[in-house]
Design a binder for this molecule. Sequence first.
Ligand code: MN3
Length: 219
Amino acid sequence: MMIVNEQYPFELKSLPYDYSALEPFIDTRTMQIHYNKHLKTYINNLNNILKDYPKLQSFSLEKLIRNNRYLPLNIRNDVKNNAGGVYNHSLYFQSMAPNAKHTAIGKLKESIDEEFYSFGEFLSKFKQVALNCFGSGYAWLLVDKLGKLSIKSSPNQDIPFNMQMSPVFLIDVWEHAYYLKYQNRRAEYIDNWFNLLNWEQAEVNFLKATKLRANMQCR
Ligand code: MN3
């Protein structure tokens, strides 16, 4: 369920649920602006940057991000910001679902219980990290190559992981994600956002990341 295709020219597909489907936790207007304006702008910018770099047009979004330091110096920062903007938003909109289950499932649930002692502890730790992310950014649940979970925040459109890690889900705490409904009340937005967390997709991401790692270790 990708909402942006894999490589240049990047194109925004339709959101897999209605703009109103996340009400009352995220309002329709915020969803429309966030998806069709904010995300769309990052996509347009990225296509514009890459249009004069045919070699980079075959790179996947993830490759553009993970290999940022090898890109031409004059576009490196713009690619970081805009490919990051596309990648992070793509993950954000897939980290939420209407009628979500309210608790983790499967292998991810087992790992959360093991790493954070209880589901409640996990939510409270994740909330703290999201709340303490100064200015604009994201809070992430990541899994490393051994299957160990960690919670990290990142500023701007930065990616807080290297080759050893993969994202499970993230929350956008830029003000545009919640300001119309919550104004300055980021804590309330985060509490309500937990009702939307797409645990089924999170389990898929977790299994994919840990299976990849297991295969790599076998070789
Ligand atoms: Mn955003």
